[in-house]
Design a protein around this ligand. Structure first.
Ligand code: GLN
Length: 334
């Protein structure tokens, strides 16, 4: 406890929970940094930060929360929101499904019947989503994407050029997916333009604090809780959170939904965001990944945070009417 003038400042118990999780899991060294995008392999594997932003704009953070890294797949959540605003729910659904794949994030797979990519949270679906972003030319489309990120973050954003060019020159698997989708008429002929925009959105630089503000914006009806700017139409929040919940952690999405129980999205640079609707956004950054491409420490921190704070969406203990006997004991009126 600290005394300041007439006030007593009590260290927040919530901050103490984050500090404890950080001290505990920084000892965990499992996993490996992504290296299929050569520039990502240069990251310091020890970096580790946790940040929580509430819908009231309170910020709690620990570790390297100011350190910049590229957003990678977490961008897919936000470009999906922009595509929904640009083209409407019905049209977007004709181009990208909402079914989990159970496959890796970079699987080259389309729905047998509809030929759509399965969902917007895996690479094929995200490339199709990005191809829907409106604009007269590539510069206008990029600027619209950057401006969208600015609304979520509350400040200007930039593309890391070395990561962008590194992925652009090695991303043959993503290029193969784009060609497959072109073959089935799921994206238009400008595939190099769409791929460039996809690689650029993945190379947008953020820090852990930025990610938590973005997650808190999704928790707060699309309104950035720090700047109060509307970042995305609130009508699309349920679409975005639904696909995050079922598909955001790739082929770990089922176990994540079971254990952590809140919509989330991860990226290969080591970030994870998780959204507690109406309450808070959570972000963890640690570049050591498991075999599915999810941050090892990020998964552990979210599992424990969800358990300690009772965040699982389907954890109904403590809510609703009590059993008759309990009710009587506690003097609850029926
Ligand atoms: N840019 C990366 C890719 O397309 C993003 C993948 C990820 O973060 N899971 O492979």
């Amino acid at each position: 406890m600290v005394k300041q003038g007439d006030f007593e400042i009590v260290a927040s118990p919530f901050q103490a929970v984050l500090n404890d999780l950080h001290s505990k899991y920084k000892l965990l060294q499992d996993g490996a940094v992504a290296n299929y995008i050569p520039e990502l392999a240069k990251v310091n594997p020890d970096l580790f930060s946790i940040c929580v932003v509430t819908v009231n704009g309170e910020v709690y953070e620990v570790g390297d929360y100011k350190r910049l890294f590229t957003i990678q797949s977490i961008s897919k959540v936000f470009t999906y929101g922009l595509a929904l605003s640009d083209c409407g729910r019905d049209y977007v659904l004709t181009r990208v499904g909402v079914e989990p794949t159970g496959d890796a994030f970079n699987a080259i797979v389309l729905d047998e019947q509809s030929k759509r990519p399965y969902n917007p949270m895996v690479n094929a679906g995200a490339i199709a989503t990005t191809s829907l972003i409106q604009g007269a030319n590539p510069t206008e489309r990029l600027n619209r994407v950057l401006d969208m990120f600015r609304r979520y973050l509350g400040h200007d954003v930039f593309v890391d050029m070395s990561v962008f060019t590194s992925e652009r020159s090695t991303g043959h698997r993503n290029r193969a997916m784009a060609h497959l989708m072109l073959n089935f008429g799921m994206i238009d002929h400008n595939i190099e333009e769409s791929l460039d925009l996809y690689f650029q959105q993945c190379a947008v630089m953020v820090n852990c604090q930025d990610l938590a503000v973005m997650a808190a914006t999704l928790a707060n009806k699309g309104i950035n809780p720090i700047t109060t700017e509307q970042a995305v139409d609130g009508r699309y929040i349920k679409d975005i959170l639904s696909v995050m919940h079922t598909c955001g952690m790739y082929n770990f999405a089922g176990e994540w939904a079971y254990k952590v129980g809140i919509p989330a999205k991860s990226g290969v640079s080591g970030g994870i965001i998780a959204v507690v609707p109406g309450k808070m956004g959570i972000a963890v950054f640690s570049p050591l990944l498991d075999v599915r491409g999810n941050s090892v420490r990020g998964v552990k921190v979210c599992e424990e945070l969800s358990f300690q704070l009772g965040l699982h969406l389907f954890d109904c203990l403590g809510n609703g009417r009590r059993k008759k006997e309990e009710g009587r004991k506690k003097n609850v009126r029926f």
